[in-house]
Every structure is written in C-alpha cells, then in structure tokens.
Design a protein around this ligand. Structure first.
Ligand code: SF4
Length: 477
C-alpha cells in the first residue's frame, strides 16, 4: 500500500510526500533526531565549567555582536504523563518555582557578565524559548520576573521570536493574554490525543475545550504561530480514535503540527513503567495511524517540513523551507540562522561556537553550584573539524533534503568523494531502494525517502558508526 496523498502548499517546491509502509518497515530504526551533532549521548564530563567559560570568552573575542538565542528550562509539572521522557519535577508546591527562578537569574547574570560586562554592549537576542517541564507552571509574577531579567541581561531584537510551551490544562484565555503582553509571540500547545481512553492510559486528561481556549486566545492576542504536538503509538490508541483527534486538531487550524512517534522504552524512562504493555498498539496499527495522519494532514493542506513537523504553507517554517533557509537546533526546525544558544536551568543544553554544554540535571546540584558562584555545566563536547563538517552535511540533508556537493566542498575545503567515500558507498542500498539519488553534483533525498531522512543522516554520523562497530566487535568476542 502506498498512500499518494501529501499535498504541498503554493509556496513549497516539492512533489507530494510519498508514504511507503514497506520502506518505513525496512528502514525505520531508533536513532538520533539530530537536533545537535554530535548528539547529546556523546557529551562527556571531561568538559566542564572552565571549558564553557573559554567558549564564552572566545565568542566575546571573535563574535561579540552576533545574535544570540536563549533557552530556559522550567522543570516543574503538576502531574505526571506516563509517556514522559523529559527532565521534570512533579510537584503541587508552587513555592518551588519562585526559588528556581531566582537561581536561573543568577546563572543568567554569571553568563552575561562573562560575555560582556556592560549590558548595553551585549549582542541582540533573536530567539527565546521556554521549555520544560511546564513553563506555564510559573505564577504570573514569576514569569514577569524571569522575562524581565532576561531582557535586562540581553537586549531582545525587535523581531525576536519568543516562544513558550503551554499545557492547556492549567491555562485560561487571560493567561495567554498575559503571556502575549510579556512578549511571547509563538506558542506550542501539547495535545497528544483527544481520545479519552488514551488520555486515561497516559494520565493526561485534557479536554478539547481547554485546548481550543488556548489556541483561540493565542490568535486573539496576536501570536504569530501556534503549534500543536500530537503523539502516535500511545497506549489504547486506535486508527479510528486518532483519526477523530486529527480532525479535531485540524479544525483548530494550528499553523504547525508536530507528530511525534512514541517510543516505549520503560527501562530508560521510569514513568513509562506505569503503562500496561498489553495496551500498546501493535506495530501494524501504529503504521496505519501514521499513514492516516499523513493523509489527513495532506488533505488539510499542511506541508511536510521534515522529521515530525508539518506546517501551513504560509507559516514561516514552510516559507523558510521553500527558500532553503531552514536550520535545525534543539527546538527542532528553526528559521533563524545558526545562533549561539545560551541555555539556562537544569539539564539545559547550549551551543557556543564549536562547543555544546549541558547543565546538571537535579535541582540540588543546580542550587549548590550557583551558591558557590560556579556555572552549573557538568558535561559537553568540543567539536573537532570533522564534527563541524559532518554537522553541516547532516543539517543540509535534514533541512533541504539535498546536499549540493560543489557548494559543500567550497564551504569546507574538502574533496567530497574522497572525504566521504565510505558514506557514498553506504548510500548505495538506499539509492537502490529509491530513498536517495546520488550523482557527482548532489545527494538528494527523494519524495519516498523524506520520511526516512534521519536514516540518510545517520550514515554521516561518525560517532554512531564507531559505536555500532564497537558493539559488533564486542559481540564477536
Ligand atoms: S509530558 Fe510534559 S507535562 Fe507531562 S510530565 Fe512530561 S514534561 Fe510534564
């Protein structure tokens, strides 16, 4: 069965996305989403606060006025969703977030003063994102304090993208208006599935009405873009039930829809142990749900951006894709060029120059470090020249579905067929199956291959290849 339907918008250039269950069965495998390369599992604790300070000083020396991106991780949630794989703190005690915000402010001050002691000379901020956890766990005065502190530390550009993840269960229209007045202009709303049986199985009871209130309030308050998150493959999910959810979500007309695949790995994520294994949909149903989702989103006019993301043709993500101006970062796809990212709060991951850096994961460690006036970075990675070249190749494939070999060679001073001889060889079976086309001028991910772009990208991941080779080697002996 090959579903033909995935309409593209007027501004997009590509032919319809082909959904081929046979190819998906053959090639879909667990693997990185490449929001970074190298991926976070490569970060190591030999990289610590001193290395992060060096990266900040290098930026101060060489790129002091380049725009910045900011991320703040707000870890608190009221209740536990059983599918959750995020770093969060479940609590009903709202007093805990006030303390947390004070410590985030300390971390912001330390980083900002290393970058540039004079606040008036600091680089403009192009992008801000609050994620979690549940950022809307914060009380209004806490949110005002946090955003005020960020703005005092770093000047926001007039056209800055300021986005927030919202849990509609705890937010009313007034709160959305408040968020708009605080400067947020993009919003991401968790939905997952409206089917009551699924909601019960994952412990996330959320009405359509609550969701509609948030989406409509975002529109009424001038938010530029509204995203909704859906998850397929959840317990008790059925094709018919998810079809009804899709219709209800499409009726809300969000600008973007993220459709994530649920990975049930209870040995890695403790909350998932609360999900009954017998409630999990069989693989064939999961694939049928995905096929249905693609068909319905296509008929509704959504453009496939890549990986799990869909957007209306007029949305800035779809326009950026059509103009080949898409980028990939920790939030997924982005329209902003590759900014340095300063990340604050527990477990937050930042990127400065050729380094990635991640903060400690627990509140106690975070508070202890900041009490000692130390940066809470606990691991990271210093990218090699090879990492930078491969990161660019992976970005081009993930964002443009195409890698122009001459342009790539001139950017990096490499002879592509020589530098990537092994990768070109490894692409051959994928080319034989029609996922990619490879010639002397370019590597192009075909319409059949676009849903499997990460399989193509994985071939360029040297670390993954080495890890797999090591695993095979240890099995042999
Ligand atoms: S899925 Fe989101 S809201 Fe639910 S527990 Fe995890 S972080 Fe909190």
């Amino acid at each position: 069965m090959t579903s033909p339907a995935f309409a593209q918008g007027a501004t997009a250039r590509r032919a319809p996305l082909a959904f081929d269950p046979g190819l998906i069965r053959k090639y879909d495998q667990s693997g990185p989403r490449y929001t970074s390369y190298p991926t976070a599992d490569r970060f190591h604790e030999a990289f610590g606060p001193a290395d992060y300070v060096n990266a900040l000083l290098e930026r101060r020396e060489n790129r002091p006025r380049d725009p910045l991106s900011l991320y703040v991780h707000v870890p608190f949630c009221n209740t536990l969703c059983f599918y959750c794989a995020c770093n969060k703190v479940i609590t009903k005690d709202h007093g805990r977030s006030a303390k947390y915000i004070r410590y985030v402010a300390r971390e912001v001050d330390i980083v900002a003063s290393i970058l540039e002691p004079d606040a008036r000379e600091r680089a403009p901020v192009a992008q801000v994102h609050l994620g979690g956890g549940t950022p809307t766990f914060l009380a209004r005065d806490e949110m005002s304090a946090l955003m005020g502190h960020l703005r005092r530390a770093f000047p926001f550009a007039p056209d800055a993208e300021v986005s927030i993840e919202v849990d509609p269960r705890k937010v009313d229209a007034d709160t959305i208006a408040f968020l708009g007045s605080t400067g947020f202009n993009r919003i991401s709303v968790g939905v997952q599935d409206f089917d009551p049986a699924v909601q019960k199985a994952v412990n996330r009871i959320q009405s359509e009405e609550e969701t509609r209130t948030v989406v409509e309030a975002a529109r009424a308050n001038g938010f530029v873009s509204v995203n909704t998150d859906l998850i397929y493959g959840l317990p008790r999910q059925t094709v018919a039930g998810f079809g009804a959810t899709l219709e209800r979500v499409i009726a809300l007309s969000p600008d973007r829809i993220a459709l994530y695949s649920y990975a049930h790995v209870p040995h890695l994520f403790k909350p998932q142990r609360r999900i009954a294994p017998e409630d999990m949909p069989p693989p064939a149903d999961k694939l049928a749900i995905l096929a249905l989702a693609i068909e319905k989103l296509g008929v509704a006019g959504y453009v496939y951006i890549g990986m799990d993301h869909f957007a209306r043709p007029g949305d800035e993500l779809a326009r950026a894709q059509a103009e080949r101006k898409l980028h990939r970062n920790f939030q997924g796809y982005s329209t902003k060029p590759d900014c340095d990212l300063l990340a604050f709060g527990i477990s937050a991951i930042g990127k400065v120059g050729r380094t990635y850096v991640q903060n400690v994961r627990t509140l106690d460690e975070y508070y202890d470090r900041l009490d000692a006036r130390a940066l809470p970075a606990f691991r990271g990675d210093q990218l090699t020249d090879d990492d930078l070249v491969r990161r660019d190749a992976i970005q081009k494939l993930m964002c443009d579905f195409e890698l122009d070999i001459a342009a790539f060679e001139s950017r990096h001073g490499v002879v592509f067929p020589r530098a990537f001889a092994a990768e070109i060889l490894a692409l051959k079976p994928l080319a034989d199956d029609g996922l990619v086309e490879v010639d002397a001028a370019r590597i192009r991910v075909t319409d059949r291959g676009r849903m499997l772009v990460r399989t193509v990208a994985m071939l360029f991941d040297r670390h993954l290849r080495e890890t797999r080779a090591a695993a095979r080697y240890s099995k042999v002996i």
